[in-house]
Design a protein. Structure first.
Length: 257
């Protein structure tokens, strides 16, 4: 089976594939101070808890936006499997023509999202990944990667708001009774949820205008279920889009890994 790992700034998502079927998935914190030994035992413990052993892992693919953890996961891969290992980084096969100024700068997770979105939802397609940042990535009508948008994520934005004010505090991300908040808490909730939904809708509208077509919009990421219900522009939520992209990239690169 293939172990796919997406290392984000805040959380790391693990998925175990049997062929093209996702048979297990887990989330852990992305802790930069963890050693390869700590991560190896943590991952093996997670697998064994759900009935999978190290002998079940015949392949390994990882994408990481945290450089210090990329090196650590290379060591973890060697300890977890004797099979092929693919690290999503500049120079690997993607099947995408990448039309941006500096292709090596595109985050590994963004490439994985674009690859999976084109395969699962067709082109043109826009992915919106709700994580530490909110990332928009655009696959054009010809199936090429055209670029994207990076915005501050919901949690970063609200944390900055609270940190920069004297009287405001953190709130749960729950919809208030109305857009016009009847308390400070509801006012913050309204600004957080509807403000971020408005950001998504506004950027998607501009992307569609620039493309000249109504591209399909696919949402993913840990905060998608929180924000998407308040968006008008998102067509579908694909919870495991990034993991699927990693699986596809592994299949593309395993012969040269």
């Amino acid at each position: 089976m293939l172990l796919a790992i997406d290392v984000g700034n805040t959380q790391t998502v693990l998925g175990l594939y049997e062929g093209d079927r996702l048979v297990g998935h887990w989330r852990i914190a992305s802790e930069t101070r963890r050693t390869s030994d700590e991560l190896r035992w943590a991952i093996l413990g997670i697998l064994e808890r759900d009935g999978f052993g190290p002998d079940d892992v015949s392949g390994f693919v990882v994408s990481s936006v945290v450089p210090s953890l990329t090196a650590v996961y290379r060591e973890v891969a060697a300890a977890v499997t004797d099979g092929e290992v693919v690290v999503v980084e500049p120079g690997i096969r993607t099947g995408l023509a990448i039309h941006i100024d500096h292709p090596r700068e595109v985050g590994a997770d963004r490439i994985a999202n674009a690859v999976a979105a084109r395969a699962r939802h067709g082109a043109p397609v826009v992915t919106v990944d709700f994580g530490t940042s909110t990332n928009f990535d655009v696959v054009g009508p010809e199936g090429d990667y055209l670029g994207g948008v990076i915005a501050a994520g919901l949690e970063i934005a609200t944390t900055a708001l609270v940190a920069g004010t004297a009287a405001l505090r953190r709130v749960e991300y729950l919809p208030p009774r109305s857009v016009i908040g009847k308390s400070t808490v509801e006012a913050i909730q309204s600004g957080a949820l509807y403000g971020h939904a408005g950001l998504v809708d506004g950027i998607v509208d501009r992307i569609r205008d620039e493309l000249g077509v109504r591209a399909r919009v696919v949402a993913t990421g840990g905060l998608a279920s929180t924000i998407v219900p308040h968006c008008r522009s998102v067509d579908v939520v694909d919870e495991f889009l990034t993991l699927e992209g990693l699986r596809l990239l592994y299949e593309l690169n395993r012969e040269v890994a």
